[in-house]
Design a protein around this ligand. Structure first.
Ligand SMILES: Nc1ncnc2c1ncn2[C@@H]1O[C@H](COP(=O)(O)OP(=O)(O)O)[C@@H](O)[C@H]1O
Ligand SMILES: [Mg+2]
Length: 279
């Protein structure tokens, strides 16, 4: 029983699959995060635990500590990440070094998981935490969380699992393959691992665009409640908008938003930019 080993504390987050609580191990006193999934409300993504268990130790992603399977609830215990969701930064001024740190750390993390045959499939502001320490912007730490939509390539280059993700963050290629544009309903389909790899990069592009430009990179659906991309007329990025000299980074974000590049390719580009612009 979870209650024998952990004290459950205050709620620290909510998502589509349930609430997340702060917890403390009774013996080791370790502070943890406890994601509680109600078996009545949502189904458990078996892959979430499998994938969390396979994740290599990284300063920029969470670590699985334990799971508890009880009759009504399923619990996923991970290390507690101090900080808050990037969605809190949507209306705040961000600096260029902060944006470079975010880009570099998330590309590094995606490159790592992609190299292991894992795709995250729900990269968004809510699923990246930033530490609240008074670190300088170059030292700021970002953490990728929520592997609830993640999937694995079992060796055939195909992802055999239902479509996952969040409207507004789907790459054009994934939308065209899997979303019925007249009803906005997501069909079940099995895109390639490669399409999801590029989809993760696209979604990172959306995250960066939202933080840099303070608006959606693509127009929203005027009728519906959900944003969607009008791929025929993407809104171009305004150059020199927020903070002076970040044209190189804008170019990088534009590349991400084509939905055509892998994490390896983007990391190569990123390294080139670092060498030419910052040094
Ligand atoms: N390890 C963690 N440390 C700190 N906060 C977390 C942690 N895991 C989740 N949270 C918080 O809880 C929210 C929901 O968790 P998440 O895993 O994204 O669930 P869902 O799959 O329901 O979206 C996150 O957006 C974050 O604010
Ligand atoms: Mg989430």
């Amino acid at each position: 029983m979870l209650g024998q080993e952990y004290i459950i504390g205050k709620i620290i987050g909510t998502g589509s699959s349930g609430d997340v609580y702060l917890g403390k191990n009774n013996i080791t006193k370790e502070i943890v995060s406890i994601k509680v999934i109600s078996k009545y409300k949502s189904s458990i993504n078996e892959d979430e635990v499998q994938i969390l268990a396979r994740l290599p130790i990284s300063p920029h992603s969470i670590r699985l500590i334990d799971t508890y399977d009880e009759p009504k609830k399923f619990y996923i215990i991970t290390n507690y990440v101090k900080g808050s969701e990037l969605s809190n930064w949507q209306n705040k001024q961000v600096t260029l070094p902060w944006l470079y740190a975010l880009t570099g750390q998330m590309l590094e993390t995606l490159q790592l998981i992609h190299s292991m045959g894992i795709v995250h499939r729900d990269i968004k502001l809510e699923n990246i935490l930033v530490d609240d320490d008074d670190n300088s912007d170059e030292m700021v730490n970002f953490t990728l969380i929520d592997f609830g939509s993640a999937a694995e390539d079992k060796g055939d280059g195909i992802i055999n699992s239902n479509y996952a993700g969040t409207y507004g963050y789907y790459s054009p290629q994934l939308v065209q393959a899997g979303v019925d544009r007249s009803t906005q309903h997501v069909r079940s389909f099995n895109p390639s691992f490669d399409a999801y790899v590029k989809g993760d990069i696209f979604a990172l592009g959306v995250v960066l665009f939202l933080l840099m430009e303070k608006r959606e990179p693509f127009e929203l659906n005027p009728q519906g409640t959900e944003p969607y991309h009008q791929f025929d007329k993407p809104v171009p990025m305004t150059p020199h908008s927020l903070i002076g000299r970040h044209t190189q980074l804008q170019r990088l974000v534009e590349m991400m938003l084509t939905g055509m590049y892998t994490s390896d390719e983007m990391m190569t580009q990123f390294t080139t930019i670092l060498n030419t612009e910052l040094v």
